[in-house]
Design a protein around this ligand. Structure first.
Ligand SMILES: Cc1ncc(COP(=O)(O)O)c(C=O)c1O
Length: 397
């Protein structure tokens, strides 16, 4: 029988020692069902070896369908990859570039969504253009106007994160998608800080490519993620990153009569081509279990719960002199609540001091980042504020 999850309850995280775990934007602890699912894979292989493989093929097929539903994608548009970086590389090095093509990147983004594009630029003679991600937080209309002007000058692809890992601001993907479509540019989205906490519909938003790792808001183990390629874009990816399982009917030479060992079978299309070699079955089983729990509660309800947690914490932080990065409107908010002290060089010390008080958070680039998820209870924010007060009483972090 499936164990059920409940908003605000840590019952499924019986091993978790940290009193207030608000660090899901870094890495999520595995729930009991995730740990059980991982164990069930190992137990299956321990009993049956190769004969268990088919079970996991089925499980991964069901997982792809579940992930497709989660992001509003059509069937066969999602492939399982090792992490966010692998998916960015698949697209950055897999597109048919023309010398001089221009890619628009955002200063302030996590390097995963920059380094692969820099490599593509070096290899293919592409030009990289830059905007500041934070401009969309501080002056959204002006930033959108600047984006339109960049697109006007001719951009082949815009690569952006759905949610900024530092401030938690949700980028205006609907507007960005519309602008991209109007100017014939493609939209690539790093969604690791969004999927599982922020509702996201690739078809409605006009996203061409999306990639997501699973150890944060999807609450699965590390080393598994997924790549989405819009069916309209599937033929734009060339097999630069392909290997044996990228082919159609890749198992034929292992299961049928001799004569099937060939190297010229057609490639699977789009995201499925990225599943190039023996998969991380253990990670996929964990991801199947964690996303089932998220589906049970619904991403909309989870986000609402997390916003209530943020609502309970943010005013107390501001009263204590921290500057909040939280967006005004709900459409700009995510699972991340970031604040910073006047002296931002103190942020890592604050995070360390809070860890000493049993509060787990993070300090990316000078922000103090709180990132609770569905198991976080609404009585936690006052405990965070008490921890801050006792750090101050002892002379600061
Ligand atoms: C926006 C963003 N992209 C990517 C990553 C990580 O990429 P990967 O899954 O390749 O480790 C992170 C955090 O670790 C992130 O915050």
């Amino acid at each position: 029988m499936r164990q059920r999850a409940e908003l605000g309850s840590r019952a499924l995280f019986d091993a978790l020692e940290t009193a207030v775990y608000a660090n899901h934007a870094s890495l999520s602890p595995p729930s009991r069902p995730v740990r059980d699912a991982v164990t069930s894979v190992l137990d299956g292989y321990a009993r049956a070896g190769m004969a268990w493989y088919a079970e996991e093929v089925e499980r991964r097929a069901r997982l792809r369908r579940r992930l497709e539903r989660l992001i509003g994608a059509r069937e066969d548009s999602v492939g399982l990859v090792a992490n966010t970086s692998a998916g960015v590389l698949d697209v950055a090095l897999g597109l048919r570039w023309r010398r001089g093509d221009r890619i628009l990147l955002f200063d302030g983004e996590f390097p995963t969504n920059v380094t692969p594009w820099q490599q593509a630029a070096r290899r293919h003679g592409l030009e990289l253009e830059w905007m500041a991600a934070d401009d969309f937080r501080t002056d959204r209309e002006a930033a959108l106007a600047r984006l339109a002007a960049e697109l006007e000058r001719g951009i082949r692809l815009v690569a952006v994160s759905a949610v900024q890992f530092t401030t938690g601001q949700r980028m205006p993907l609907a507007e960005m998608g519309e602008l991209c479509r109007a100017h014939g540019a493609e939209l690539f989205v790093d969604a690791i800080q969004a999927v599982g906490i922020v509702p996201l519909d690739v078809e409605a938003l006009g996203i061409d490519y999306l990639v997501c790792g699973s150890h944060k808001w999807l609450m699965a183990p590390e080393g598994i993620g997924f790549l989405y390629v819009s069916p309209e874009r599937a033929d734009r990816l060339v097999p630069n990153m392909a290997a044996w399982l990228s082919h159609e009917d890749a198992f034929a030479f292992l299961t049928r009569a001799p004569g099937e060992l060939r190297y010229d079978r057609p490639f699977r299309r789009g995201a499925l081509m990225a599943e190039a070699g023996t998969p991380n079955t253990i990670g996929a089983a964990g991801l199947a279990a964690s996303t089932a729990l998220i589906d049970d509660m619904g991403v909309g309800a989870i986000l609402e719960h997390v916003q209530a947690w943020h609502d309970a914490l943010e005013p107390g932080l501001v009263e204590r002199g921290f500057e909040s990065a939280r967006m005004e409107g709900a459409a700009g908010r995510s699972g991340i609540l970031s604040v910073r002290p006047r002296d931002t060089s103190l942020s890592p010390a604050w995070v360390q001091a809070l860890a000493g008080q049993g509060v787990a958070c993070a300090s990316p680039d000078g922000w103090i980042r709180f990132s609770p998820h569905w198991p976080n209870a609404l009585d936690e924010p006052p405990r965070v504020l008490s921890a801050i007060d006792s750090i101050v009483e002892r002379g600061g972090p």
